[in-house]
Design a protein around this ligand. Sequence first.
Ligand code: PMT
Length: 344
Amino acid sequence: MAMATLDPEQSLFSAGSYFGTQPPPPTLDQDIASVRSFAHRQRDLGRKVVLVTSGGTTVPLELNVVRFLDNFSAGTRGATSAEYFLKAGYAVIFMHRQFSLQPFSRHYSHSTNPFLDFLEIEHNPDKSSNSSNIAVTPSKRDKLLEVLTTYKSVQQSGLLHTLTFVTVNDYLWLLRAVSQELSILGRSVLYYLAAAVSDFFLPRQKMSEHKIQSGKGSLLIEMDQVPKILKPLVDEWTPDGFIVSFKLETDPALLVPKAQAALERYGHHLVIGNNLHRRKYEVVFVSRDHQGSAASGVAITWLRISPAAVDARGRAKEIEEDIVAELAKRHQAWIDDLLQQSFE
Ligand code: PMT
């Protein structure tokens, strides 16, 4: 693909100028082909589909990358939500940062629950033989069996498709291509944009080829603003989908106003606001419908769980269970409303 040259004075990228000047990731065509066949299969089976984006994006500082900026996100929100979407009957495209948490395996991440600690060696009583067996620690067996059974059944039924990105450039190219492919699903597709996307990047044309050398004092880097791709996503790439974005803030006073501003600016369906420190127990849904507590056509609905809450199985409750249940309900109500309107 021929790239347009970048005007050295240009610092405000539109989505068009971004994709005209920044190169696509090398695996893009392959990823598009896999998403296309997944989307067609789900459409033929009449399933709803959700695109879950998850994890942080990097911004490389050199072409031969030694250093990069990163965005905070372990991928917990995305990986956990993907499991609940599967449970709710959705087929899931899980587009995540390489090596961030993934559905099912998240329960046994290397740091929080190292899987080697769940296994025991059963030595063969015959001392002359060196063959031993591996067994699961009895106290961990039930949970592991449950996770493994669901994981295998999801794999077998082809309900989960995984894509990876690393840089913000990979993410933007992938999001555009995937949303264009999913547009064939019309209203049956839900976008759940939980990835933490960098707001700034270094255009390829301004990057140093080799490792930036120290020894010249402090380092000054001027970054360009990443185009706000929610606008073309909503208006052009997938105009019929149900689009949910996230807003992360650390100042509680900014959360609702910023979520509201995003809703007005992009014209999509819902913004879920979360505060960095309370995100596991509290989120706020900001939408344009007439439910909730606010006047002026904006509905503000808080969803909270207690840190001590347990689920139906007596395990620690995850707020994503309630987020996804509420979204599945709203998505269906929206589809039904549009259908109803088309008959009137
Ligand atoms: O993974 P965890 O550790 O569990 O953390 C989850 C989370 C806190 C990262 C997640 O719940 C969350 O809030 N994700 C969105 C964080 C974010 O990037 O917020 P933002 O204000 O920068 O972006 C808001 C929205 O605009 C996002 O939906 C983003 O996909 C979208 N965006 C961002 C930048 C950009 N150039 N274009 C966009 O469309």
